[in-house]
Design a protein around this ligand. Structure first.
Ligand code: DC
Length: 230
């Protein structure tokens, strides 16, 4: 069974997907893995930085995407076998990831990889909670349960500032808000695989909710949806 979670940056999709997979594994007795698809685009960008590609020549990054191996297991991202889970979250990588995410040829490779990961899990008798921008629309349009998890830009900016402060870093709320708004526009206006709320998605606006509240609501919605299907 595939459950998709799409939504904008900073909505907490990654943490929610991980906790939801854990909860479903406990409650259903069947193992659910989770997939952070943003980390795959980030891994391509990391390799682009390492190989010092010319970012204006799209083919250079495409060659990388065709030749590297990306694996996502137990919430960790591996690039040619190296664990790059932390490295792909750096601001330098975040800044360059758009070159991977905006590139249609790279998206085709990533979509095919995401589908084969899901197929492998299905063959192994496991479920998948996958999160990104295009999971319920372009990658798994037939997923039986789809979510669109969002929060207002102001709420997402406040959460990001809190996160930075917890790591002993500084930030300015208005600058973070501007970055988040820019990313929303960019993610929604991408020619291929744009962020778009699937027509059949359940929408959740998480302003004022704790992570536990969100996971609890999603679990409840999954149970209701499955009862409807049966
Ligand atoms: O979710 P994230 O911030 O790690 O995603 C990094 C970038 O990749 C972000 O700009 C959106 C893009 N992305 C995408 O285009 N499609 C996905 N399925 C996941 C992420």
């Amino acid at each position: 069974m595939i459950i998709t979670i799409d939504g904008p940056a900073g909505a907490g999709k990654s943490t929610v997907a991980r906790l939801l997979a854990q909860t479903l594994s406990k409650q259903s007795g069947k193992t659910f893995e989770y997939l952070d698809t943003g980390s795959m685009y980030r891994a391509i960008a990391l390799m682009g930085l390492r190989r010092k590609v010319d970012w204006d020549v799209a083919e250079e990054l495409e060659r990388i995407a065709e030749n590297v191996s990306i694996a996502v297991r137990n919430g960790k991202t591996f690039l040619d076998g190296e664990d790059v889970t932390e490295l792909v979250r750096s601001p330098e990588v975040t800044d360059k990831t758009r070159f991977a995410a905006d590139n249609p040829a790279i998206r085709r490779i990533m979509v095919s990889l995401q589908r084969s990961i899901a197929e492998q899990l299905r063959e192994d008798g496991k479920g998948l909670v996958t999160e990104g921008r295009d999971q319920g629309t372009a990658v798994f349009p037939d997923a039986p349960v789809k979510f669109f998890l969002t929060a207002t830009p102001e709420e997402r900016a406040k959460r990001r500032l809190n996160e930075l402060q917890q790591h002993g870093k500084q930030g300015k709320l208005n600058e973070i808000l501007q970055q988040i708004t820019n990313r929303d526009v960019r993610d929604a206006s991408r020619a291929v695989g744009p962020m778009k709320e699937p027509a059949d998605a359940i929408r959740l606006v998480s302003d004022g909710m704790t992570l536990e509240d969100v996971v609890c609501q999603l679990t409840q919605k999954i149970i209701e949806s499955i009862l409807c299907i049966i």
